[in-house]
Unconditional design. Structure first.
Length: 330
């Protein structure tokens, strides 16, 4: 067998294994949420879905860069069993949300998107007039950007920031070792994170290994990796690049002062993209930090790798925030 023929055979075998992987099939099933119509301040149309009882406490879930709302599926499943209501949405340019109406993918715009989702999904006259806002990676950065420009306590009762950073992403990177100092130069960082180089339209053995190494911890299944990899490949190159530029320029350390509600920080101890040191620094900077959880043997993709632990922590956060609110009223 020639080298080319062997490569083709290896690729076919790889795709066949993934197509029959039970975790991959389970994660790909439609979540069945009810659609919500959301239009952001700049006219960008966002796709959002609501899950669970309309009168339950609401958790708004914002996913990360090159992900989609289905990323939250395993967490939503556990939250629903707890009687909670979850609202998840696709970030602008991701999944079924439209590209930015004016081509703007700045962090400020992502903050405005969260404001629009909250306005569309939470009734201020209901039994639960405020939501718990939860973000993973870029979704958590969106929460910080939103907090910088809005009255947080009027719309949120609590927040959780998961696998994220608020600045200096390249210098804190564990992928490049000593090269990180050089790569942190503004021009180099923009070129690296803002690359629009095309990706293969399908998973390959090499891409699968690279995605696992970069984004996941040691206990992630092949289905977990393939599920996220599909989202990565589906993200338009122009959107991926524009968001990457915004992340390379990001500095939200002052913005976090506006996050005045009880806030939980969660990290993975094997996260190479936003290592735990970012989480520790965020927890120290928060006005109302209620804890720092570092999940063992977990990479950057906590919602896929540790959905039950994550949902448990969110359930406790919602309960604690409700108790504090009741005590304040009493």
């Amino acid at each position: 067998m020639t080298g080319a023929a062997a490569a083709v055979a290896l690729q076919r075998r790889h795709l066949k294994i993934l197509s029959g992987d039970p975790d991959f099939e389970r994660l790909r099933r439609p979540l069945g949420g009810g659609p919500l119509a959301v239009v952001s301040a700049d006219g960008t149309t966002l796709h959002a879905e609501s899950f669970g009882p309309a009168d339950g406490p609401t958790i708004v879930l914002a996913h990360g860069w090159t992900e989609q709302l289905g990323f939250w599926g395993p967490v939503i499943e556990v939250l629903l069993r707890r009687g909670m209501r979850a609202v998840a949405y696709d970030l602008r340019g991701h999944g079924r949300s439209a590209p930015a109406a004016d081509g703007d993918y700045s962090l400020e715009r992502f903050g405005e998107d969260l404001a629009a989702v909250l306005a569309a999904s939470v009734d201020p006259n209901s039994a639960h007039p405020r939501a718990t806002v939860v973000g993973h990676s870029l979704g958590a950065m969106s929460i910080a950007a939103w907090a910088d420009a809005h009255d947080v306590s009027a719309h949120a009762s609590a927040a959780a920031l998961i696998n994220t950073g608020l600045g200096d992403l390249i210098s804190g990177h564990l992928l490049f070792g000593q090269l990180a100092r050089w790569l942190n130069h503004p021009r180099v960082g923009r070129a690296l994170m803002g690359s629009s180089a095309p990706l293969l339209p399908f998973s390959s053995p090499l891409s699968h290994v690279l995605v696992r190494y970069v984004a996941f911890g040691p206990s992630a299944t092949a289905g977990d990796v393939a599920f996220y990899e599909r989202m990565l490949l589906d993200t338009p190159a122009a959107v991926r690049a524009a968001c990457g530029v915004a992340l390379s320029d990001m500095n939200l350390w002052e913005a976090v002062a506006g996050l005045t509600v009880p806030t939980l920080v969660i990290a993975g101890d094997r996260d190479r993209l936003t290592p735990p040191e970012h989480a520790r620094r965020i927890a120290e900077a928060l006005p109302d930090s209620v804890g720092l959880i570092i999940l063992e043997d977990t990479g950057h993709m906590s919602p896929l790798e540790r959905p039950r632990e994550l949902a448990d922590a969110l359930g406790e956060l919602v309960a604690a925030a409700a108790s504090r609110s009741d005590a304040a009223v009493g």
